[in-house]
Design a protein around this ligand. Structure first.
Ligand SMILES: NC(=O)c1ccc[n+]([C@@H]2O[C@H](COP(=O)([O-])OP(=O)(O)OC[C@H]3O[C@@H](n4cnc5c(N)ncnc54)[C@H](O)[C@@H]3O)[C@@H](O)[C@H]2O)c1
Length: 249
């Protein structure tokens, strides 16, 4: 298989190292205008991106930011499958609908990775029965680009607005909304707590005969992604490299 990456930061590098250990997958390029050539060992790093570069690929993995998802959706999906990690891109209904339309039109897949949480597949399966979904994220203020000295609730309200206000920090909320009951009916809370060094997400889902609580806590290493995400990303990539169909992975 032949794959490419858009973004070569923390998550990207974990997946690139993982793929380099396989004999059956070739990395065509890593598009990241902020990396120097040679920075990723022998992997081809490029600062220029042309539509033709996606031709002949099997998969493109985005791990840069939500704008990169929107900007490349059509070019990628008309050539190959796409695995975007910046899920907040789908807060825009047009982008979400376009991703579904394009993948159907070109027979390609949008693989939606579980990222910082677990259980997206199960939520997706039960979405028709769900009536109430809440997601609370508690992070150290530094992970949210802030310097609060006491516990501060930054936002409480529909997920659509949360993903607009904190696009880099609430990919979990976007993923839950996408798999479950949408960006307007999912309720988000974002809390900055200077006493914690973890990224914690508490998800409560209820509906006809259903009541789930998912709590995930992962040590924060400074950037937007906690300790669990690189492991989760490699696992999702592994599933995709061996799988078919439109799936939450
Ligand atoms: N789905 C999830 O649960 C989940 C969890 C954590 C992070 N994320 C998201 O995944 C993405 C990557 O996270 P990360 O921890 O690797 O971040 P990172 O900051 O370590 O890496 C991002 C990389 O993207 C590059 N980049 C920036 N602008 C670019 C552009 N226009 N084109 C191409 N590359 C560009 C940067 O140079 C950097 O190397 C972020 O959007 C983050 O919010 C999703």
């Amino acid at each position: 298989m032949k794959i490419a990456f858009l973004g070569g930061g923390k998550i990207g590098r974990a997946m690139i190292d993982h793929v380099l250990a396989r004999q059956d997958v070739e990395i065509a390029f890593v598009y990241d205008p902020f990396l120097k050539a040679g920075e990723l060992g022998g992997v081809n790093v490029t600062a220029e991106l042309e539509k033709e570069m996606f031709e002949g690929l099997d998969l493109v993995v985005e791990c840069a930011n939500a704008e990169v998802v929107a900007a490349n959706l059509e070019d990628v999906l008309s050539c190959c499958s796409f695995m975007p990690f910046s899920m907040t891109a789908f807060r825009d209904d047009e982008i979400r609908a376009k991703a579904e339309e394009l993948s159907k039109k070109y027979g390609t897949n949008v693989f939606l990775p579980h990222g910082a949480i677990l259980g997206l597949d199960g939520i997706f399966d039960g979405r028709e029965a769900l009536t109430e979904v809440t997601v609370e994220t508690i992070k150290n203020p530094k992970s949210l680009g802030r310097d609060d000295t006491e516990l501060t609730v930054l936002y409480e309200g529909p997920t659509r607005k949360a993903t607009e206000l904190y696009p880099k920090n609430v990919n979990v909320h976007a993923a839950i909304a996408l798999a479950g009951i949408g960006f307007d009916r999912t309720w988000s809370k974002i809390t900055a707590d200077p006493a914690v060094s973890t990224n914690t997400h508490v998800i409560h889902l209820a509906g006809q005969g259903i009541d789930f609580t998912i709590r995930v806590s992962s040590f924060s290493e400074g950037g937007v992604s906690g300790k669990y995400v690189p492991l989760s990303a490699c696992g999702s990539l592994e599933s995709v490299l061996g799988g078919t169909g439109f799936r939450f992975v």
